[in-house]
Design a protein around this ligand. Structure first.
Ligand code: B12
Length: 212
């Protein structure tokens, strides 16, 4: 649909007013909120990520694209909630201690929310203690940790250890992600799985629920 292409293009060009306009237009045309999210906003952000990898975009472009995406998401969030799907499960998510990168983490949170999960977003610079506390109070089934720095990804291991010590590890599945992460790192630190992008994070979460 042309409006979804226009919406993706508005995210890529980082125009928040256009993103708002096309998000509203897409909804008014009768498209499902989840399609507007995945085929419009996230499709645009994926292109931004690819351009970034190819050195065609730099940090400022990524930041204004993220701002445009947020503007669209603000309109979509209540519509996604309105669809009235019972939450699939609770998902605690955060960027690990010492790390302030949140664009990817926010995308994962949005996708999970769009897929029907109840998301408890702890923000950035989240200590192992904070993760443990959130799992304890929310009784979440799944926890997601994000890291973009090779130095901070090591803090994921501390969170897994803290979950073990608190006795909560058996009741929660741990998934990890972020540009420097790999499946073998996930195995090494005793997490339950790694996903390379926000859409795969949803698939992985659903796999966890089927197994448990
Ligand atoms: C934007 C950015 C910033 C912004 C962050 C703004 C923000 N609000 O997030 C700012 C400018 C603040 C910043 C700061 C810094 N940055 Co920076 N930053 C980036 C940059 C350019 C893009 C990251 C990004 O948002 N990508 C787009 C998103 C969509 O992709 P993503 O995060 O990978 O997320 C996807 C997947 O990984 C996955 N995913 C992500 N999280 C999770 C979680 C789960 C559970 C799952 C399943 C999946 C998943 O799904 C996402 C969506 O598909 C990267 C370069 C790069 N190639 O990644 C450098 C980069 C990460 N930064 C880097 C550095 C060094 C820094 C600084 C130390 C710079 C400095 N000297 O001050 C500081 C550190 C600040 C801190 N303490 O965190 C280095 C890291 C090097 C390394 N190997 O450790 C990079 C790689 C740049 C480089 N080439 O040198 N940065």
């Amino acid at each position: 649909m042309a409006v979804l292409e226009d919406l993706a293009a508005s995210v890529i060009s980082g125009s928040a007013p256009k993103t708002e306009e096309y998000t509203n237009a897409a909804l008014a045309s009768g498209l499902a909120p989840v399609d507007v999210l995945t085929k419009g906003l996230i499709a645009g952000m994926n292109v931004v990520g690819q351009k970034f990898k190819a050195n065609e975009f730099y940090v400022p472009e990524v930041l204004i694209a993220a701002r445009a995406m947020k503007a669209g998401m603000k309109i979509l969030r209540p519509k996604l909630a309105e669809t009235g799907i019972k939450p699939e499960a609770k998902f605690v998510v955060g960027t690990v201690k010492g790390d302030l990168h949140d664009i990817g983490k926010n995308l994962v949170a949005m996708m999970m929310e769009g897929a029907g999960f109840e998301v408890i977003d702890l923000g950035v610079d989240v200590t192992p203690e904070k993760f443990v506390e959130a799992v304890k109070t929310s009784q979440a089934e799944i926890i997601g940790m994000s890291a973009l720095l090779t130095t901070t990804m090591l803090n994921m291991k501390d969170t897994v250890a803290a979950l073990n010590e608190s006795g909560l590890r058996k009741q929660v599945k741990v998934m990890v992600g972020g540009a420097p992460l790999t499946q073998s790192f996930s195995d090494e630190i005793g997490a339950d799985g790694y996903a390379p992008d926000a859409a795969s994070a949803v698939d992985l979460a659903r796999q966890f629920l089927q197994k448990s």
